[in-house]
Design a protein around this ligand. Structure first.
Ligand code: ATP
Length: 441
């Protein structure tokens, strides 16, 4: 009898801004594998990597699938053919596909994946990694997709969320998506906090629908299968959909901001966090964006808080001496600015006392004294009482010692939303018999 092996399949960069979507290709691959009665060992993974790399199409997502099979060669060939057939290479996709036949994930994969989450990786590094580890890989174009493909297999979850992605029928690709926004609002009210980031109440905006020509109709993010399936029954859309698939993801975990940035690793496009002391008065630039510096371990770093994040007012109220921890992406130096961290969170750890001064009061007449001129002290104009210097007093701060997050409309896929602060979802809740995948036939 043939032995069963565990096969991990990772792929990325199959899409372009003009069409396709790596998750849709995953849906097609799963459909074809299901028809052959393949055993799936977990949800397909949708892993988001460093959101600050410049060449991503949208959210820098890659996919991996874990299955048990008696015929890995046949499956590898099928997947390879599908990647080659469906990838949008003519519009710039650089697909990468990686196979790992192993019941466990080698530590090198985990390390590679961790690095891809917050640093920029050279594609030659991925090619060398594949060679060194004797991996079966396939790529087209420049092979950039190998980075996400290796990383998606190697991602070591400590916390996860799920996303139910529903797909449109081919005849609808590129056409306007219509959904009742009221139904999305109701869905959020009835399923949150088991679902998150579905509707922006402040801007009255639906957040589950993309706007590009890709095949996704909507994506509902949440914590468990039941809530996601329930959410689909509340939504009202007239369009007949093709089907859906539930992915296990690092979205909403904030994992890209867990590494410490410092003078050595703060390279352009890196993501991470840094703790330091505010070292100048924040400047408010045109458009309401706020810029300030922090000192951390004797190095000074510029920070930028853009108006649309909704955190600029908080940043403008920082003063020299405040201790903060900030997370974000490093922007390359420009003609007008040095390297700068674009903030994705601002955690105020300690607030400096804000002091101000004023002319002294006359304690007999209860009036402010008047200055007698430079270095000549102050005097009460009523009773003539004198005082040598100004008095200083503490001014109350307009900001608090707390974590400030961007507005929901400025969230990235990886941003940990407020409702997930302190939450860890580490349950292994995959059950093959549950409806994690469905094609409406
Ligand atoms: P979608 O979200 O629709 O799948 P995308 O935003 O993921 O699209 P891709 O077309 O997949 O965009 O392009 C991202 C590319 O960047 C991929 O080739 C991926 O392998 C690569 N990549 C991912 N992480 C890194 C990293 N840390 N350093 C360098 N390249 C990376």
């Amino acid at each position: 009898m043939e032995e069963e092996t565990i096969l991990n399949i990772g792929f990325d960069d199959t899409d372009s801004p003009k069409g396709m979507c790596t998750t849709f290709l995953a849906y097609k691959i799963v459909d074809s594998l299901q028809k052959q009665k393949t055993v799936f060992l977990d949800f397909p993974r949708l892993i988001r990597f460093n959101p600050n790399i410049p060449w991503k199409t949208r959210g820098n997502g890659a996919v991996a699938i874990k299955i048990k099979t008696k015929n890995p060669s046949k499956i590898k060939n099928q997947v390879k053919n599908m990647i080659s057939k469906y990838s949008d290479t003519k519009n710039g996709a650089n697909p990468g596909l990686v196979f790992l036949e192993s019941p466990f994930i080698p530590v090198e994969f985990v390390k590679f994946s961790n690095l891809a989450l917050w640093q920029l990786i050279n594609r030659d590094h991925a090619k060398k990694f594949a060679k060194r580890n004797n991996l079966e890989v396939y790529f087209q174009g420049n092979g950039q997709g190998l980075i996400g493909a290796i990383g998606a297999i190697g991602y070591d979850f400590h916390d996860h969320t799920l996303e139910l992605l529903s797909y449109r029928k081919k005849s609808k690709f590129g056409k306007e998506r219509k959904i009742s926004s009221e139904s999305v609002k109701i869905m959020q009210d009835q399923t949150s906090p088991s679902t998150f980031n579905s509707f922006d109440v402040e801007k009255e905006r639906v957040l589950i629908m993309p706007h590009g020509p890709d095949p996704v109709f909507y994506g509902i993010r949440g914590e468990n299968v039941d809530s996601l399936l329930r959410a689909t029954t509340i939504l009202k859309n007239e369009e007949k959909l093709d089907g859906y698939m539930i992915f296990k993801s690092n979205q909403g975990t904030g994992d890209h901001l867990t590494n410490e940035l410092n003078a050595e690793n703060m390279k352009p496009y890196a993501s991470g966090k840094i703790t330091g002391i505010v070292s100048n008065m924040p400047r408010i630039a045109n458009g309401g964006h706020v810029f300030f510096k922090i000192i951390s371990k004797t190095h000074e770093f510029w920070c930028a808080v853009y108006k649309p994040t909704g955190m600029s007012t908080v940043a403008s109220n920082l003063i020299k001496g405040d201790k903060i921890c900030v997370g974000g992406g490093v922007r390359k130096a420009s003609k007008n600015f040095p390297r700068i961290i674009n903030l994705e969170f601002l955690d105020i750890l300690n607030l400096e006392k804000k002091m101000s001064t004023s002319n002294p009061d006359c304690n007999k007449c209860h009036k402010k004294m008047k200055s007698k001129g430079m270095h000549q002290g102050f005097q009460c104009i009523r009773c003539g009482k004198k005082s040598p210097k100004k008095i200083s007093f503490e001014v109350s701060r307009k900001i608090k010692k707390q974590l400030y997050l961007p507005k929901i409309s400025a969230h990235r896929h990886l941003t940990r939303p407020l409702q997930r602060i302190g939450t860890v979802n580490d349950k292994f809740d995959f059950d093959e018999s549950v409806s994690w995948f469905c094609v409406y036939r």
